[in-house]
Design a protein around this ligand. Sequence first.
Ligand code: NAD
Length: 359
Amino acid sequence: MNAKIVLLPGDGIGPEVTAEAQRVLVAVAQKFGHEFAFESCPIGGNAIDDFGDPLPDATLKACQASDAVLLGAVGGPKWDDPNAKTRPEAGLLKIRKEMGLFANLRPVKAYDVLVDASPLKRNIVAGTDILFVRELTGGIYFGDSGLTKHDDGTETAFSTEVYSTHEIERVVRLAAEAAKGRSGHVTSVDKANVLEASRLWRRVAARVMKEEYPDLKYEVVLVDAMAMHLISKPTYYDVIVTNNIFGDILTDEGSMLPGSMGLLPSASIGSDGPGLYEPIHGSAPDIAGQGIANPLATILASAMMLRHSLKLEEEAAAIEAAVDQVLAAGLRTKDIADKGAEWLSTTAMGDEVLKALGS
Ligand code: NAD
């Protein structure tokens, strides 16, 4: 197939890790007979420096005209001034909105060889393989909010959780479709015992699952219970779908399970059009430019890109298998190496993934 991929390297270690993911994508294209055309565009702090805008129009247009977008990370101390006119993160929020990316997918997989780095005991976390599907453009972060100052000096503030049928339907469908290629088990998380918006979420999710996906196993869990289950029995879950705020919190809790952030990718997806793929870590300014960043999360994000945007399942699985193989062989970057053990540079780790791919 022919595909146009926009690379948004961003700031800090972003360019270092996206360069490795690009090498892997080039190798996959060669191996499986595809043509990937790459275009690199500015975003974040460097785009503020060069264009006065964290998401220049030309970058957005290129992304919208592409088949998929791979992002490194944005931000850093240079652009942290709270009084600045704009900030790198504004570019991220804008690109998600402009591209209509309503769902965030975050796989949380515990690699057996790294399980001892998890804060949980091996017998609890080993075998964990969860896909979180978080609604991204609705709910309390986007509902009505306000602040009233009272004469007595006190203040009252409110934020509103708002969801409509179609917003729930589309994200539940996306979760169910993803579950078909996995263990076929969808868990919807809500707070229907208290919140009206959660009661609608529960009704709509149940209808979509019953009418459209009767063959999948479907369960509902309250968010407070899920916060406990995630650390007491994470291996029980397959696909977890939830609203924006619960997803925000649960995915951060989930990201601790495998013991290394440098291995976790994420995808933001809309109904059609290109998706945006990225590692969950930030721009790591403390190690930028040293060639020691772990590129595996971004390489795994490129696998998600092949699976979800380009529908290249075999190619995605080949990248994931190559990463498994490298880790199983004991190869590590500094962030995941045992104290005093040898570790590889960013590019050396990229080389090993290429070798495991047979390139
Ligand atoms: P961070 O994820 O950048 O770094 C946290 C710690 O993890 C650091 O010690 C860093 O060295 C380490 N680390 C992160 N990724 C690594 C990798 N691939 N290999 C090895 N070590 C890695 O989080 P932070 O320090 O809170 O944020 C730094 C900057 O990144 C801030 O400006 C923040 O706003 C931004 N940020 C951007 C994104 C994004 O672009 N999506 C996400 C989170 C934070």
